[in-house]
Design a binder for this molecule. Sequence first.
Ligand code: KG4
Ligand code: ZN
Length: 330
Amino acid sequence: MNVLGIETSCDETGAAIVKDGRHLLSNVVASQAHLHARYGGVVPEVAARQHLEALVPVVEAALKEAGCRPQEVDAVGVTVGPGLPGSLLVGVNLAKALAYGWGRPLVAVNHLEAHVYANWLVEGFQPQFPALCLVVSGGHTDLVIMEGHGRFRALGRTRDDAAGEAFDKVARLLGLGFPGGPAIERRAQECPNPSLRLPRARLQGPFDFSFSGIKTHVARLLQGAYGPPPPTEEVAAAFQEAVVDVLVDRVVKAVRTHAVGQVLLSGGVAANSRLREELTRRSPVPVHAPPPFLCTDNGAMVAACAYFRLTELGETAPLDVDVQPGLRLG
Ligand code: KG4
Ligand code: ZN
C-alpha cells in the first residue's frame, strides 16, 4: 500500500511516498529556513504563502522520485495540527483535493504522532508497547506513553518554551543564526568540556519541562550580569548540556516509574547528537531515534502515521475535515 504524506504545519513543505508504513520510496522537503532567517524565527504569513508556491511541485517531485503514478497512490495522509493555521490550511486543502480527485481515502494526522512514527521508517525497528515517547521540536516538548497504535497518554510537557524554541532563541542571542539547533550544536563542538554550568529548572510536575529560565540566564550572562561574558562556544556548549540534561533526567525518571519497553525519541531536536548520546547512555531501556533527516519535519513520517491509522484503526477523515492548530498528543 502506497501512502502519500503531506506536511505543511510550520516552515518545511514536505511530501513523501511510503510503502506499507515502513519503506521510504521518496521524501521531498523544501525548507523555508532561508526566508525566515533574517527574522530569527518563523513568520506565519510568509510560511503560508511559501507553502502555497512550493507544495504542488513538492508533491509532483515526490511522485516522480518514487516512480509512482497517481493511480498507484492508495491513500493520502496530511498533517491537520498542531501547527500554524495558515500553513496547515495549504496542506489540508491540497490533500482533500487529491483524495477527492483520485477517489482515495484521506487520513488526518496529528503532527506530534507523525514525529513518533518516523521511528517506523528505520529498517528493522520493532515496536515494544508500552513505549515512552519524547517528542522534542521547535513547537513542542512532550513526554508521552504510547500504549499501542493511536493510543497515547500524556505524562508531561513544557510549561513555557519548547526545547527547539529555546535553541533558536539562544542562538539568536549568540548571533548564530536560524535555525538555532544545528548552529548551537556545531559551535558547542568547539568546547567539549564547558566549565560554565547553567541552572536547571525544577518543576512540581515530575515529567514537566521548563526552558525559558535557561534562556533568560543566557541573556543576563551575555549582558555581563555575572562578570565578563564567556566565549560563544562555551555558552553554546553549556546551554546544550543543560537542555540535554533536563530532557534525559525526565525520560530516565519516567522509564523508572512506568513499565516501558523502549524509548522513542523524535522531533527536530532529536537530531542533536549530544541528546542521542546521553539518552542512550543513561536510559535503562533501549533508545530508538530516526536518522536526523527524519527528525525534522517531513512528509514521510506523516505517510507512515497515516498508514497505521488507516490499517490498524480503520480511520479515515471526511472531506470537510478542518485544521486543528491546537491539537495535542495524549
Ligand atoms: O520538528 P521540527 O522540524 O519542527 C517543529 O515541529 O517544530 O523541529 C525544528 C526545531 C528547531 O527549533 C530547530 O532548532 C531544532 O528543531 N533542531 C535542533 C537540531 N536540529 C534541529 N535542535 C538541536 N540540535 C539539532 N541538531
Ligand atoms: Zn515537527
